[in-house]
Design a protein around this ligand. Structure first.
Ligand SMILES: NC(=O)c1ccc[n+]([C@@H]2O[C@H](COP(=O)([O-])OP(=O)(O)OC[C@H]3O[C@@H](n4cnc5c(N)ncnc54)[C@H](O)[C@@H]3O)[C@@H](O)[C@H]2O)c1
Length: 398
């Protein structure tokens, strides 16, 4: 990072491309003590015109439709991978081999083999740092939950109840890449389940012991082949359908039971068919001394129950996690109760990436490829449990 700058090569310019570009644009304006300045050096996408429009809009200096050449540019420090899941491994491994730091979107990969190869490449890389965009860790309320558990405020953890509920995948949504196993690896499980597995590991500080039962369901088995063109987003990933249909080979919903090593009994539910819930990413933890509840649709709040106080005043406290000096990341933002939104989790994560690249600690732990591999093992164990209708120990997944 010459002259205190981090030159970024961003691969992908749609939904996550926009979220990350916004983060590079803002990060040093709000986090003023970072070891380096993010520089939007190159954006890579498949369409030359789209690349130029994106670069002009966000302030990237260069564009490319050849990611292999772009990541090798000696000026690049950090390669940011926001392509669909089947491309994460090839791009991330090539970037590490070219001597670059890598920040890759989640899940680590679409397949266990790809994820393992990425973990191994990260282990082999001597100087480069890796990170994965499990951004919900960086909602101040979730980071606060992590801190409360670490301080022992929940005591022994009995239950983890995690759900990620969306409802966008009705029968009229065409066969975009999120419904193709070849491209995405899985459906709701890898897309949404990966986030709540990561959040549960992060907040409890515990690891999974086993998956003790799992069901997966594909409600809509065929969808229209999309027209060419995509404006990005989730359901908005295609310009519309054609008369021809194709088969859906991923899960629309996956539900599983699990045990953590510390003994907690857990339920996990991920679905794109939870009518009435658009982005309800929720985590509830019940412990011997206290409990927490988080729901992303009310992301500035963490609900906390303190069981150690006088019973007559026990009750849920709704903590607005916006107080600078008390709440993680809040110093960088606005006065109390001047709330933040989705994009801030990406800006907070970018601040932590720049800190780690500059040898400083992140505000709360930043998942690297080794860490994200552990989430990938749980994803795999759940599918194996569903397939073989049995308990699967995480230690079986190698
Ligand atoms: N962290 C989160 O909360 C979050 C949210 C949504 C998506 N994601 C993840 O981000 C990734 C991308 O999802 P998205 O919603 O942005 O998808 P998208 O379809 O909106 O965008 C994908 C981008 O990748 C580009 N791309 C694909 N192959 C390429 C290639 N060979 N060379 C150059 N560019 C290529 C496409 O042109 C497009 O710009 C996925 O892994 C997804 O799971 C993460």
């Amino acid at each position: 990072m010459p002259n205190g700058t981090t030159n970024v090569c961003l691969i992908g310019n749609k939904f996550m491309g926009r979220a990350h570009a916004n983060a590079y644009l803002k990060v040093n304006k709000f986090f003023t003590n970072l070891p380096s300045q993010a520089v939007m050096h190159t954006v890579v996408g498949r369409n030359v015109e789209e690349n130029q429009t994106f670069a002009n809009r966000w302030g990237f200096k260069n564009t490319s439709n050849d990611w292999k050449a772009a990541i090798r540019n000696p000026e690049i420090d950090l390669v940011d991978v926001t392509s669909p899941n089947n491309a994460h491994a090839e791009m991330s491994i090539a970037a590490l081999e070219a001597g670059k730091h890598v920040a890759c979107e989640k899940p680590l990969a679409g397949s266990l083999d790809d994820a393992r190869a990425m973990r191994d490449a990260a282990r082999k890389a001597k100087k480069q740092k890796t990170s994965v965009w499990y951004v919900y860790r960086r909602c101040p309320a979730v980071a606060l939950a992590h801190q409360l558990v670490k301080e022992g405020r929940l005591g022994r953890i009995y239950h983890v109840r995690a759900y990620y509920l969306q409802d966008w995948a009705g029968p009229d949504v065409p066969l975009i890449w999120r419904f193709s196993r070849k491209v995405s690896g899985s459906g709701a499980h890898g897309d949404l389940g990966a986030h709540i597995i990561d959040m549960a590991r992060f907040v409890t500080g515990d690891e999974f012991d086993s998956v003790n039962g799992c069901i997966t369901e594909t409600f809509i088995k065929e969808r229209e082949i999309p027209q060419a063109g995509s404006k990005g987003g989730i359901a908005a990933g295609a310009a519309g359908g054609t008369a021809k249909k194709g088969k859906v080979d991923v899960d629309d919903a996956t539900l599983f039971l699990a045990r953590l090593k510390g003994g907690a009994a857990c339920t996990f539910e991920s679905t794109r068919f939870a009518t009435g819930n658009q982005n309800k990413n929720g985590l509830e933890i019940n412990g011997e001394k206290g409990a927490i509840m988080f729901n992303f649709e009310d992301m500035n709040h963490l609900n906390f129950y303190d069981r150690t106080i006088d019973r007559k005043v026990q009750g849920w406290t709704s903590i607005m996690a916006t107080h600078g000096g008390s709440h993680p990341y809040a110093d960088a933002w606005w006065p109390d109760a001047h709330i933040i939104g989705y994009e801030h989790s990406f800006i907070n994560q970018t601040a932590d990436i720049l800190s780690v690249l500059g040898g400083k600690p992140p505000v709360v732990p930043l998942p690297d490829f080794e860490d994200a591999w552990k989430t990938q093992q749980v994803l795999e164990a759940a599918f194996l449990s569903a397939k073989e209708d049995r308990t699967v120990k995480i230690s079986e997944i190698k």
